[in-house]
Write a protein that binds this ligand. Sequence first.
Ligand code: ADP
Length: 677
Amino acid sequence: MSKKERNLSSQQTLHAFIQASPLPLMIIGNNGRVKMWNPASERVFGWKSNEVIGKVLPIVPINKRKESFTYISQTQKGKVLRGIEAVRVKKDGSSIDIALWTAPLGEKKQKEQDILVIIDNITQRKRAENQQVFLIKTNEILSSSLDYKKTLSRITKLIVPNLADWASVEMLDSKGTLRQLAIAHTNPKKIILAKKLRREYPTNLADPEGIAKVIRTGKAACYPEITDKMLRQSAKTKKQFLLWKKIGFTSAMIVPLQVRGKTLGVINFVSAESGKRFTTSDFLFVEEIAKRAALFVENARLYQEVRIELEQRKRFEEELKKSRDQLEIIFKSVADGITVQDPSGKIIYANDAAAYAIGFHSPEALMRSPVTSIMKNFTVKDEKGNPFPSDRLPGRRALKGELRPEELICYTSLLTGEENWSITKARPVFDERGNVLYAINVFHDITERKKLEERKDDFISIASHELKTPITSVKAFTQILQKRFIKAGDEESGRYLSKMDTQLNKLTNLIRDLLDINKIQTGRLAFHKEIFYFDSLLDEIIEDFQRMTKHTIIKKGNCHLRIDADRDRLSQVIINLLSNAIKYSPQADKIFIYGEKKNGKLLFSVKDFGIGIPKEHYKKIFGRFFRGVDSKKETFPGLGVGLYISSEIIKRHNGKIWVESREGEGSTFYFSIPIVS
Ligand code: ADP
């Protein structure tokens, strides 16, 4: 075979090889013109062989031509290029990523020899690589801050230009209004246009297509190719269409930001100047990005909420501490002892006054001691000196839910023997379910007052005692004189002496009352009980009274009942009730007395038609020294002790005493005591 023949046959072989190659292959001549273009190139780039043969570097973007000529001349000089990565354009204007190999076809290094170019379409791989890098960067951004507005803005800046020519994030606010949180554009001037578009044509959530539909359905939308026709159809006005055209839309994707089925907003991806068309792969990829972004937004929002809550709690705690400190200062400076008990009875707070009163050197020392051991240091008694039952202590009662327990208590220290009188009040504090959280105890020390009262009582007692003897002898001499005058027929002097005797009786009663009070106070009021008919006593008293008063005393009912009582003491009660009835009904002329057997007891009452008693005084009038009327006025003289003594006497007869009254109309005093059957 001649050399020429050999050459021909190798050219034919090369030609056949190029035609059959599954890879795009081309032969480029000296000045960059295409000399051969195989079917694989037709498939990848879209141009038919006859459309490119003789053309200069048709697949090379204008700005990359210089670089391509360098590759050609290097190859002509004998250099073989392997796997150079570059961007090339297709007939439809879109671009693809390729890797290229070149080899000279001549035998020697010559400037004008043809070169073979082998191309591998690496668009898919490149995209995958880009997506990988993009994902890594996205993750970096998402994990770098918890400020979600800033982060979303950084993400849009990453999207542009890597994935799209412009991108924006729109989020629904708490009122359900769509707000643009971030926008980025390859061409910053177009941001102004995009903002104008948004301002003039805001998204209406009722729109059938676009963002509104994505928000409504929660499903992403992809528009691979946006044509003028589509824009015209969707535009509300011609102006909107022109604005869209100016911004330029080639392809678009709207992806929802969704967490647990809830749509928070959308990310818009738009391709414009680059002419890029979004593919299924892009679509799947941006959905992944949106998923991560949505999760981040949710977490960031939760974080924000938690942070706000923590801040609020901190502020609240600071305020609480402040008010607790203020309260502490107040509690420290009050003279009353204050303690707080938890439901188990343990003292969880005590102020200085409480601690010192119980013999501790500090509130802390008091709080460290169990209540049982604190109570062992004391005996507790009531006003009359009886032991105070511990379950009646106000704190215990408040812990059981009683609202305002209050007692007068005397605490005697077993260590020092010192007596402390205090008005002890307790209040329960409830939680929202009505359970008792704490009991607050207030100990108001009245030891001084008590001592003063004791001295006063002692004085009254001594004074009354001292008065008793002279009055008894005056009374005895009065009676002797009275007898003498009557005997001598001096009626008038006899009458005067009789009046004197009546007044002396009053004085004696008064002194007896004062002495009785002291006896009640000290538990020395003695009783001498005997069995007798109640009416025998009552009739005597009525007879005496009737002589002295203008009121008619009318007795009704049946008082012929046997009782076991102290005759003198019971007559003291009846006299007191009758005297009051007369004293407090100066305008009236009748008094009713009634007795009957009721429920195995004697029920006795004295009814008058006088000034009456206001309801709020019903209980108080049985208290010591209580006067419902103004003591300084002359009208109703008295000491406010009669009913106190009466109620004590009735109690000691296992009976009850009470009043019913109407102001201005009169009062009825009742007592009931057991009868002997
Ligand atoms: P005193 O009559 O000396 O004030 P008491 O202990 O007998 O003391 O009575 C206490 C108060 O009860 C009186 O001050 C008066 O306000 C009221 N009171 C008692 N009896 C009557 C009555 N029959 N009518 C109206 N008020 C009365």
